[in-house]
Write a protein of this length. Structure first.
Length: 460
């Protein structure tokens, strides 16, 4: 059985909007981060009177690694805050990559800070490198806030270890996600010793004020967007499961009803983090894209069963309460810069593409959707796609394996045969990582500039 979501008035209005591409603020943000790091280095240098001997050099190196580590730690938490300006303008996938990279740098700086500063203190006391452990124990016992800092550092190391690729892949997603939230506790525990023992903050009251402002602002953003905003959204819209429909074997659509759902601020191409308040699912929160434009009283996601959480969706009962966080993601019409658009979907990647196919501004002939699946039986939502293509005068194509299992040719040459002017298209791409990478390379080979290939990937 399949379900059809008819185009709503809001979706039809969206197709008539003018093309107004928005620039990503990524470059200005990166420049601002670099300027902040330069300010931290200047603060360190202006409070470093001498590097005359080995002891002074080691302690100075420990101070600058600590300062930069503290600065990056605030940014790591900021990247977890789900700030709309980052999530919807820069892109959730890019922010996730920034977060992973910043986390690695932060952990390296923090470990270097501990080793260097303890070694420097040991040299001051006439000890050797072999005495670092004893020096660390003495510092934790004697210096203010060092006990909390030691616990916070231990948490950071633990989080870093379980985030290593091979380890991350064997840990259940829910366990990794909830352990990862301990980053907040680690940041809180390590913050205080920076002010009480950091030379720069002891001698520069203005620096202490700036540090309080930095961490205070990040804390406020986390509380607002990770706590208060989701509470307000769910109290206002009161989502419940309306129905669960099997689209194709292993793929289900979950329809959710609520109040004034079109006012949630969601756009086609975006996703929410969904928590279904059913037995065994209350503590699991997973990201799924909208598979249709929001209606005033209905939202829909379409999910392939590839894990415990996604497999359990088929057993949801009507009336089950739903807790949503979002919307997130930048794979929206705002990315578009050309009149013509090619949408490429692989497997369940059709979900955001189906919503965009319905709502992207454009006249007849402007839109083309290429849908890759293993077989025609795996083409989820095909009836809806055909209806949208017929209504909008769009082109709908599919690429499936041959009866003997041979995969279809998606190469620069085949793409140019299907769309001779493909180099004048914007391309929206969604699918499994291997598929997305292969199509991206084929598009580049067909002459599509990288800046006009829009996709989001969450492989870290």
């Amino acid at each position: 059985m399949t379900t059809t979501i008819a185009g709503g008035r809001a979706a039809r209005r969206q197709t008539m909007r003018r093309i107004r591409p928005r620039r990503s603020p990524a470059v200005p943000l990166l420049l601002a981060v670099a300027a902040g790091a330069a300010g931290v280095i200047w603060l360190w240098w202006s409070n470093t009177p001498s590097l005359a001997d080995t002891t002074a050099q080691v302690i100075a190196a420990g101070r600058i690694t600590g300062l930069l580590g503290g600065y990056l730690m605030a940014l790591v938490v900021l990247q977890m805050a789900r700030v709309p300006a980052l999530e919807r303008r820069v892109g959730s996938d890019r922010v996730a990559r920034w977060h992973a990279m910043s986390g690695r740098y932060t952990l390296c700086l923090v470990v270097a800070h501990v080793v260097l500063i303890m070694y420097g203190y040991a040299l001051q006391a006439g000890l050797t490198f072999a005495d670092i452990v004893q020096q660390t124990v003495d510092s934790v016992n004697q210096l203010p806030d060092m006990g909390k800092a030691a616990i916070g550092t231990g948490l950071l190391v633990f989080i870093g270890l379980i985030s290593i690729g091979p380890v991350r892949r064997v840990i259940p997603y829910d366990l990794w996600y909830h352990v990862h939230l301990l980053t907040y506790a680690a940041t809180f525990l390590t913050f205080w010793h920076q002010l009480s023992t950091g030379n720069e903050f002891v001698v520069e009251p203005a620096a202490k004020t700036v540090w309080y402002a930095l961490y205070g602002s990040v804390t406020a953003l986390v509380l607002w967007y990770r706590v208060f905003t989701p509470i307000r959204l769910n109290m206002r819209h009161r989502l419940r499961v309306e129905a669960v429909i099997e689209e194709t074997p292993g793929i289900v659509s979950v329809l959710m009803s609520g109040r004034k759902l079109h006012r949630m601020g969601a756009e086609a191409g975006q996703f929410f983090r969904w928590r279904f308040l059913a037995p065994g699912m209350r503590f699991s929160s997973h990201p799924y894209s909208l598979s249709a434009a929001p209606r005033p009283n209905m939202l829909r996601i379409t999910v392939k069963a590839i894990g415990d959480h996604s497999s359990a969706l088929r057993d949801l009962e009507p009336g089950t309460r739903v807790w949503a966080e979002g919307p997130y993601g930048a794979l929206t019409a705002a990315k578009r810069s050309r009149g013509k658009v090619l949408l490429v979907a692989g497997g369940v990647g059709i979900t955001p593409m189906r919503a965009l196919f319905e709502t992207l501004p454009g006249a007849a002939g402007d839109l083309t959707l290429l849908y890759r699946a293993n077989s025609t039986q795996d083409l989820a939502l095909w009836d809806e796609l055909a209806a949208i293509a017929n209504e909008r005068g769009a082109r709908l194509m599919y690429a499936v394996n041959s009866p003997d299992g041979e995969r279809p040719d998606i190469s620069p040459e085949s793409l140019r045969r299907k769309l001779p002017d493909i180099d004048d298209h914007d391309v929206f791409l969604c699918g499994p990582p291997g598929f997305a990478q292969g199509v991206y390379e084929a598009l580049r080979g067909a002459g599509v500039p990288a800046r006009r290939i829009h996709h989001e990937s969450f492989e870290m």
